[in-house]
Design a protein around this ligand. Structure first.
Ligand SMILES: C[S@@+](CC[C@H](N)C(=O)[O-])C[C@H]1O[C@@H](n2cnc3c(N)ncnc32)[C@H](O)[C@@H]1O
Length: 100
């Protein structure tokens, strides 16, 4: 893990058990590290407007699903621009408040 990558994740100060949104999940690299810190009580919501990237992220994150202490992961094909007024299932109020 590169120094800047680790500094980025450390900067997030991920709170164990929190609910986090990665609004540009991409290939899932950052989300994987966030998930490791969240633990089983946590929930990670990953968004991406690119369905191809989202499928790669799904694979990246599914590799670790058998880990004990793994958070709930929700991946959604969405643009972060829609978050505020997105009432479709998956992003509605039940996910608020988030920790980061
Ligand atoms: C640099 S990549 C993110 C890399 C990611 N953090 C990782 O660890 O793999 C940026 C991603 O943002 C996505 N993206 C760009 N604009 C977006 C938007 N409005 N809503 C959701 N995703 C977006 C792109 O499709 C791309 O997958």
């Amino acid at each position: 893990m590169s120094g800047s990558f680790k500094r980025t994740i450390d900067f997030l100060a991920v709170r164990r058990g929190g609910t986090y949104i990665d609004a540009t999940v991409g290939l899932g690299g950052h989300s994987l590290e966030i998930a490791k810190r969240l633990g089983a009580p946590g929930h990670l919501i990953g968004l991406d407007k690119d369905p191809v990237a989202l499928e790669i992220a799904r694979k990246t994150l599914s590799l670790a699903v058998d880990r004990p202490d793994w958070p709930t992961i929700t991946l959604l094909h969405r643009s972060f621009a829609e978050i505020a007024n997105d009432q479709r299932p998956g992003l509605s109020t039940e996910f608020w408040p988030t920790s980061g």
